[in-house]
Each structure stands twice: as structure tokens, then as C-alpha cells.
Design a protein around this ligand. Structure first.
Ligand code: NAD
Ligand code: ZN
Length: 408
């Protein structure tokens, strides 16, 4: 009998999973009188009291010595609803926590040892890196246990903590191992930012500029208006930026039609192809937010160089980043391989590989309007790099070192 079709039979169903993705804004969330966390922990579980494992960023707990006692006191006050499954697990924060699987194993071991099951909760408190690592552990233990995030950096309250992804770095690549797993809830407690050093407070602004550039010209104008207040970290301005930035990120996740990024496009990764490579080239000396600021500056110049973005708009983007206090050049941008090629450019192919499918990079056609392109020209990128170097490298040397070294 001739074979006319290779499928003999197929059973097909559409599976619908609905998530309520919630970010709460609160102050002093771990004060016993604040019932938000208690009520969240009590929801959607038939185990009363519910068991909780806290995973805490070490730098945060050192900077805020009252934090661990506050956690214990909170659970003791609400003992009828919440049981501290074991002592809070305190783990180093910062990018290094994502550079080894052993930290994920440590959290998974605690989940096992403390009998955290699908009616219990992991509460992670810390910067974006700690949250990414702990989120991966929670998403994979028992095929996923409930997980609440309490971000403690500007960047994580405005961007990474309110998203649906987690991950760690592997094989020298950012976020190579990770999952899409929306948290049960996110609590943004502004008081937790009190001890964050200026460098990390500033980092979140890069994601705010990014999302304003691609989605909201009005927010971009607000950032320009408030740049001096933001640079001085005035609380009112800082709160407003975090709120609007989180709102725009969540709107995108909820309305883009692709919350788990199954397509090739990642609009929220504007400026990130270069940023991820720069973080890696610097051996993570450069923070994510700092690298994103440079990536945005470079892509704005690139868009101008290829005639996509008008010169005045590119200038506004650079001026805003500069006013917010970002350094828009780093020595790692000069790194070359054995063939004297600029290593940053490798970031393009690595970014494509990470997304899969057709290369899709978000650039700007105007402020507030992202646009997808499917190729980038190395020569126009290098022109952008040279301009960043001439304008922003130490001492703002007129003669480009890149030119001196005969690289460009
Ligand atoms: N999952 C996502 O969707 C997503 C999105 C964007 C960025 N990210 C990731 O987020 C990470 C960057 O996060 P980040 O900018 O929050 O930095 P971070 O987590 O590296 O924290 C910076 C430093 O501040 C310390 N710290 C945190 N909170 C503190 C506080 N309140 N007081 C004192 N010290 C404190 C940390 O221990 C760390 O040393 C990167 O790994 C990036 O890839 C993830
Ligand atoms: Zn980012």
C-alpha cells in the first residue's frame, strides 16, 4: 500500500493555564502589623499553618541586621497561619550567585530537608541575581513549588523581579539555564532599598530608560524632567520610576501575546545583546544595569548611523543616560580576539542563539517606539563604539585608542 501520509493518528487538545501575575507595593512588609505577606501565604493552600522557607541575600542581611530577626518575629506573631520551616537560608548575592549550580542545589536541598511541598512557599528576598537563582530552584524542586519574590534592588523591583523568568549562567553564557515560571506574588517593599549603595540604586534606571525608549515617550520625558532628582536618589522620584517601570514591564508581559517568549523577538531586551556580552567580557565586574546603559547608548547611535533614528533623538537618549550618572564607555568594549576582531560583536550571534530562530534585535525608530530588525552591520556598530569611546572614555581623549591600535 503506498504511504500517502506519515501521521496515522493524532490526539490534540488545547491546554489553558491561567496565571494571576501580581506585584504588590508596600512599606515595611516584614513588620508584624503588615498582613500582606501573611495573607498571601495563607492563600491557595490547604495546609494551615503553611510552611515557609526564606532565602535571603547575604549582603542585604549584613546591611540590614534587623532583617532575620524581623522574619522570625513575623512568623512567630502569625504562627497560626505561618510556620518557619527552618532558619532562613542566607546566600551570597550578586552575579556570582548565578555562576554556579551549587547555589541552586543548596536551595533545593533546603526545600527537601525542610519539607517544602506544593502547599508551602519559598520566599526569596534579595537582588535580581539571588531572585533568579532561587526562582530556578523553586521552579524545579517538586516540578515547581510556590514562590514569592521580595526584590531589594531598584533594578529587581522595576524589572527582573516583576517578570516571569529565572535562571543562572552556564558555559560562559548569561541565563543559559532557567525556566519561565511566574511567581505566586511579588512584594516590592520600598524600605528594603534603604541600604542599597548608589551604584546599585542607579542600575535600575537603565531598565527604566530602556522600557521608556521602546514603549512610552511620555515616561521618557518624565525621566528627562526628573533626571537631577533621580541622580540624587530622591525617594519620591525613585518610587515613581520603579512603579511606572514595573507597570510597563507587566503590561508587556500580559499583553504582548508571548509571555513565555516562544517567538524570536524580545522587545524588552533592547540594548541587551551588547549588555550581556559586556557583562561577560568584564567577568561581571560591570553590573547588569551599567552594561544595559552602555548597550542602549550603543544601539541608539547604531540606529542613528543606519538612518533609523534621527540624530536629535539619539542625542536625547545619550544625554539622559549621562545625566543619570552612567558611564557610557568601558575598557572591555575594546577587547579583541586573536584575529583582532572586536569581541563585543560576538554578542550578536550569542543573542541569536539564546533566542533561537531568526535573529531579531529591537532598535528605536523614535523615542517611545521600538522596531525589530533582523540584521546588524558590524561597521556601523564599530562606528558607534568609536563614538562612545571618543565621547565618554576616561579623559575623553580626542584620539581614539581603537584607531591608534589599528583595530578600526
Ligand atoms: N529574570 C529576569 O527577567 C531578569 C531581567 C533583568 C535582569 N535580570 C538579572 O538580574 C541581575 C541583576 O540584578 P540586580 O541589579 O538586582 O543586582 P544584584 O542582584 O547583582 O545585586 C547587586 C548587589 O546588591 C546587593 N544587595 C541587594 N539588595 C541590597 C540591599 N537592599 N542593600 C544592600 N545590598 C543589597 C547584592 O547582594 C549584590 O551584591 C542580573 O543577573 C540580571 O541578568 C533578570
Ligand atoms: Zn535587563
Amino acid at each position: 500500500m503506498p504511504v500517502t501520509q506519515s501521521i496515522v493518528r493524532c490526539i490534540e487538545h488545547t491546554l489553558e493555564v491561567r496565571w494571576q501575575h501580581r506585584v504588590f507595593f508596600s512599606d515595611l512588609a516584614l513588620a508584624s502589623a503588615n498582613l500582606l505577606l501573611r495573607d498571601l501565604l495563607g492563600q491557595a493552600t490547604n495546609s494551615v499553618p503553611t510552611r515557609v522557607l526564606f532565602v535571603v541575600d547575604k549582603s542585604l542581611s549584613e546591611a540590614q541586621p534587623a532583617l532575620l530577626p524581623d522574619i522570625r518575629a513575623y512568623c512567630a506573631t502569625h504562627a497560626d497561619r505561618v510556620t518557619l520551616a527552618c532558619e532562613p537560608l542566607v546566600i551570597d548575592g550578586g552575579e556570582r550567585v548565578k555562576n554556579s549550580f551549587s547555589n541552586v542545589s543548596q536551595v533545593q536541598s533546603a526545600i527537601e530537608a525542610c519539607h517544602i511541598d506544593q502547599h508551602s512557599t519559598v520566599v526569596a528576598i534579595g537582588g535580581g541575581a539571588l531572585l533568579d537563582m532561587a526562582g530556578l530552584a523553586a521552579a524545579t524542586a517538586h516540578r515547581g513549588v510556590r514562590h514569592i519574590r521580595m526584590p531589594t534592588t531598584t533594578l529587581s523591583q522595576a524589572d527582573s523581579g516583576v517578570g516571569v523568568k529565572n535562571g543562572i549562567n552556564a558555559f560562559g553564557k548569561k541565563n543559559f539555564i532557567g525556566t519561565f515560571a511566574p511567581p505566586f506574588a511579588v512584594i516590592n517593599d520600598f524600605q528594603l532599598l534603604a541600604t542599597l549603595p548608589p551604584r546599585d540604586l542607579r542600575c535600575g534606571y537603565a531598565e527604566a530608560v530602556k522600557v521608556a525608549c521602546i514603549r512610552d515617550a511620555g515616561f521618557f520625558a518624565d525621566l528627562e524632567r526628573d533626571a537631577a532628582a533621580l541622580r540624587a536618589f530622591e525617594p519620591g522620584a525613585l518610587r515613581q520610576v520603579i512603579y511606572r517601570c514595573a507597570e510597563l514591564h507587566m503590561e508587556h508581559i500580559a499583553s504582548s501575546g508571548d509571555p513565555f517568549e516562544l517567538g524570536s523577538a524580545r522587545p524588552l531586551d533592547f540594548g541587551h545583546w551588547a549588555a550581556h556580552k559586556l557583562e561577560q567580557l568584564s567577568d561581571y565586574r560591570i553590573r547588569h544595569g551599567e552594561a544595559v546603559a552602555i548597550g542602549i547608548g550603543l544601539d541608539a547611535l547604531y540606529a542613528r548611523n543606519i538612518g533609523l533614528l534621527d540624530a536629535a533623538s539619539a542625542e536625547r537618549v545619550l544625554r539622559l543616560l549621562d545625566k543619570l550618572g552612567f558611564d557610557l564607555f568601558a575598557d572591555e568594549l575594546r577587547h579583541t580576539d586573536d584575529l583582532h576582531q572586536i569581541r563585543l560583536i560576538e554578542g550578536l550571534s550569542e543573542f541569536k542563539e539564546h533566542l533561537g530562530g531568526k535573529m531579531t534585535i529591537t532598535l528605536l525608530s523614535e523615542i517611545g517606539q521600538g522596531i525589530e530588525v533582523h540584521e546588524m552591520h558590524p561597521s556601523a556598530i564599530i562606528d558607534g563604539l568609536r563614538e562612545l569611546e571618543n565621547r565618554y572614555s576616561t579623559g575623553r581623549r580626542r584620539e581614539s585608542l581603537l584607531t591608534e591600535k589599528g583595530i578600526m
